[in-house]
Design a protein around this ligand. Structure first.
Ligand SMILES: Nc1ncnc2c1ncn2[C@@H]1O[C@H](COP(=O)(O)OP(=O)(O)OP(=O)(O)O)[C@@H](O)[C@H]1O
Length: 457
């Protein structure tokens, strides 16, 4: 029997009490999203997904039961449910995880997989805050117990918020546990190119063997699957094979799975079928901690004052702020001066100005370079003399303006999001093959950013 009496008040009391007892960040991440209702002697807790339930059970079960019983003034037991209904009893933890005794890795595969993992991108170097706690915890969980529970795991969020870092951290943790593990980090772009090669050179069997025999596939930037049917088809079968063999899949995307345009439904539902976790822009105190840890890794003790100055810039992309920091460090070393607030202001000021490129400016510059009119770039004309400059404009707008794909599409005369994604992707692919185009685009980029300065890495 279900009781409604006093439900919101009771849960509010429980929330307030828990808020006073646990760390603020943990409360916001794990407890704030919960809801509760009463059924006879049971307090039924609704959580967003199974990962939450497991976490609550591991960390707060007895505390929550105690607080709920106290607030209700009678003993209550806890039961959990998720959006998908009641939670089944947890699987017992396997004494020997699947990876403890892996089949020997094929040497060619290991040598392909290992160099692509960045050793510096680990869980230890990842700064955790409310903005990324769930994604971080989910990645740690799959690295510790890969294979079944949260498979696939999809991390999504805006540019430069740490998706790739977390993906590498999972891979590095796998290797730490078992250096022979068959872990492969790749990007959607590289996966596609490899597939094209395999089809061209009649080695699709080897390609499939490689991907379908992995212990862990780490696939970055799946938004670039848009419109690539053959890649999607291959990935779908790779998914099935890995899920059957207990291989873990971790994916990243700029967009939530539901908004992935141009991706077939059967694949999108696979993405949604595991666990998804997002990354939000870090608030300034987390940004300060990130910048200070990046500086420390370069042997520099960054003052709170300078870190705070950078963190307060109107920029949420960690990579961009890290770029500013790198430039400040480079200038300080080059000139042999201390990193002060004044130096930071002097270095960052022009960089901030650089980033204020508008889509309209991109269109004008591209139109002038290719001898077409801005109106033609915005039109739906499909002749090559217009489509290439239009795609170059899409690429540059994405690189330089900070606008989203739909915003760029709108500025380009109402093109839809997937057209822009395809345009950007096409230019990226062509730049990798045509050195002249890559150079041409770098020149346009410099022109747009004024002064032709190359960023310091
Ligand atoms: N919480 C964090 N702690 C430490 N470093 C971080 C954190 N978040 C981001 N970074 C750093 O910011 C930089 C950009 O991160 P990353 O490349 O993982 O972003 P991304 O989300 O994959 O971006 P994109 O979508 O553009 O590929 C990296 O140097 C990464 O180490």
């Amino acid at each position: 029997m279900q009781s409604d009496i006093g439900r919101p008040v009771l849960w509010e009391q429980v929330r307030q009490t828990m808020r006073g007892q646990v760390d603020h960040r943990e409360f916001e991440t794990w407890l704030a999203p919960l809801a509760m209702r009463l059924e006879a002697d049971w307090a039924v807790i609704s959580a967003p997904n199974r990962f939450f339930v497991d976490w609550i059970k591991d960390h707060y079960l007895s505390q929550l039961e105690q607080v709920i019983s106290q607030c209700a003034a009678r003993p209550l037991r806890l039961r959990f449910e998720t959006g998908n209904g009641p939670v089944p009893a947890s699987r017992p933890v396997e004494a020997q995880p699947a990876l403890a005794q892996p089949a020997p890795a094929a040497p060619a595969l290991t040598s392909l997989a290992q160099p692509t993992l960045k050793p510096g991108y680990t869980f230890e170097t990842f700064i955790v805050g409310t903005c990324n706690e769930l994604a971080h915890a989910a990645c740690r969980a799959v690295a510790q117990q890969p294979g079944r529970q949260y498979n696939p795991l999809l991390i999504f969020g805006g540019a430069g918020l740490g998706k790739t870092h977390l993906l590498h951290a999972v891979g590095n943790a796998f290797y730490q546990r078992d250096p022979r593990a068959k872990v492969l980090y790749t990007t959607c772009e590289a996966f596609t190119n490899e597939l094209i090669q395999a089809v061209r050179f009649d080695s699709i069997g080897r390609f499939q063997e490689k991907y379908r025999g992995l212990d862990c596939l780490l696939l970055d930037d799946i938004q670039f699957l848009a419109g690539r049917e053959r890649t999607q088809e291959e990935l779908f079968h790779t998914f099935n094979a890995l899920q059957e063999s207990g291989g873990q899949i971790v994916l990243t995307s700029d967009d939530p799975p539901r908004e992935l345009q141009g991706v077939v439904k059967r694949l999108r539902t696979r993405f949604e079928g595991g666990l998804t976790a997002d990354l939000q822009p870090p608030p300034s105190e987390i940004m300060v901690a990130i910048l200070q840890s990046k500086a420390l890794a370069k042997g520099m003790d960054l003052s709170d004052q300078v870190a705070m100055f950078l963190a307060r810039q109107p920029e949420s992309n960690v990579r961009v702020l890290e770029g500013y920091l790198n430039r400040i460090i480079a200038v300080s070393r080059f000139q042999g001066v201390e990193v002060t607030l004044e130096l930071a202001r002097r270095v960052v000021g022009p960089l901030m100005a650089q980033r204020q490129v508008s889509v309209e400016e991109v269109l004008q510059t591209v139109a002038a370079r290719y001898g077409v009119r801005v109106g033609e770039l915005k039109s739906s004309r499909k002749t090559r003399d217009v489509t290439r400059p239009r795609q170059v404009a899409m690429f540059l707008a994405r690189q330089l303006t900070g606008q989203s794909y739909p915003e760029i599409g709108r500025a380009l005369g109402g093109k839809d999001h997937s057209t822009v994604v395809k345009g950007v992707k096409k230019i990226q692919g062509q730049m990798a093959r045509e050195a002249a185009l890559a150079e041409e685009i770098r020149t346009l980029e410099r022109e747009l950013l004024e002064g032709g300065e190359t960023p310091v890495d």
